[in-house]
Design a protein around this ligand. Structure first.
Ligand SMILES: [Zn+2]
Length: 131
């Protein structure tokens, strides 16, 4: 995980979550930016990821920003932000009407997936990674 990639991710989160974001997220972004690279930075980033995953609006943003490499330790961690749309390499619940997607980051995720699309109320369908 490189310092530069963290900075890009944090800037994207800060930009996208803007005014409506919760104070907790902003606080975690500030802490991650201030953390020393290495274990301290990794812990701060993990806390931010967990906070984002726990909230439906920021969770979708997290799914858009995180490259697949972060989710697969075998691939060596966070290497780049996605510059172009690419298939998400993890399972997700998808709205076939508007494209809303709830990424499944971990089978032990304590946050239950929504049954219906929060945008238009249509039932979500499960899609395996790469589908
Ligand atoms: Zn929808």
């Amino acid at each position: 995980m490189t310092t530069n990639d963290n900075a890009e991710f944090l800037a994207a989160v800060r930009r996208t979550t803007g005014g409506e974001s919760r104070a907790e997220l902003q606080d975690l972004i500030v802490r991650a930016e201030a953390a020393a690279p290495g274990a301290e930075r990794d812990r701060a980033m993990d806390a931010l990821y967990q906070a984002m995953a726990a909230d439906p609006s920021s969770r979708q943003l997290l799914g858009q920003l995180l490259p697949e490499t972060l989710l697969d330790p075998e691939l060596g961690g966070f290497t780049n932000l996605p510059g172009a749309p690419a298939p998400l390499h993890y399972d997700r619940y998808l709205c076939r009407s508007c494209g809303y997607a709830w990424p499944v980051f971990d089978i032990a995720d304590p946050v239950p997936p929504p049954t219906f699309c929060p945008e238009d109320g249509i039932g979500l369908v499960f899609r395996h990674a790469g589908e």
